[in-house]
Every structure is written in structure tokens, then in C-alpha cells.
Design a binder for this molecule. Structure first.
Ligand SMILES: [Zn+2]
Length: 120
């Protein structure tokens, strides 16, 4: 049942959007259109980080929730502010929103695999 819930959440959101699309005369997706799979997540995160694509890359490992940053160290965004006073809350909210299906887990895994392949 726990594995089924996130799937049903996504399916019900899809059908809700599909109904709105079908009912709209101009056939437009509500809340815009996003790419499928990881691409859509990256677009979502980019929007959440004020549209800055480079920030998605800077925060990718933190977004996976597998890497932590000292709250008193400089924020990876490069604004010369402490992480806790800059992007920490927004990143924590995104990680919480992704829940069990955090798409950045896969990216973190892929980077680990790439790093191992480069070493061997
Ligand atoms: Zn920041």
C-alpha cells in the first residue's frame, strides 16, 4: 500500500489535469506543460529556484537528501551568504515534497557509478 500511494497521487493529478485540458477550448495544460520523468522534476526545481538553471546543478546532491551542508557554511548559490540564511529552507521543502520518489536519488546514484567507473 505504501508503494501504491505515490503512484496513485501521480495518476490522480494526471487525470485532474487531463480533465481540465479536455474541457478547455484552446486545449492548454493547466499550470503549464513539463517534460516527462526527471526532465519535468528538473524544470520544477528550476522554477522553484527562481528559474536559474545553474542552481539546479549546484544543489543536485543536496536535493538528493544524501548530502548535508553545514548550515553555517556558504550557500552553493554563490551569493556569499550562510546556507541557513539563504537556500536551506527552500531545499528542505523540495526534499520533503519529493518524498520517497526523490528523483535526485537516481542522479546521486548515477554520479557514484560514474565516479567509480572513472577510478577503475
Ligand atoms: Zn543561496
Amino acid at each position: 500500500m505504501t508503494a501504491l500511494h505515490p503512484f496513485l497521487d501521480q495518476v490522480s493529478a494526471f487525470f485532474e489535469r487531463q480533465l481540465i485540458y479536455d474541457a478547455s477550448p484552446e486545449k492548454r495544460w493547466a499550470w503549464g506543460e513539463r517534460g516527462h520523468g526527471i526532465i519535468g522534476y528538473i524544470e520544477f526545481v528550476q522554477d522553484a529556484l527562481d528559474g536559474d538553471a545553474s542552481l539546479v546543478d549546484n544543489f543536485a546532491l543536496l536535493l538528493s537528501g544524501r548530502e548535508n551542508l553545514d548550515p553555517n557554511s556558504f550557500c552553493p548559490c554563490g551569493r556569499n551568504r550562510k546556507y541557513k540564511h539563504c537556500h536551506a529552507k527552500r531545499i528542505a521543502k523540495l526534499i520533503e515534497r519529493f518524498g520517497e520518489n526523490n528523483p535526485f536519488f537516481q542522479l546521486a546514484d548515477r554520479r557514484d557509478i560514474d565516479n567509480q567507473n572513472m577510478r577503475s
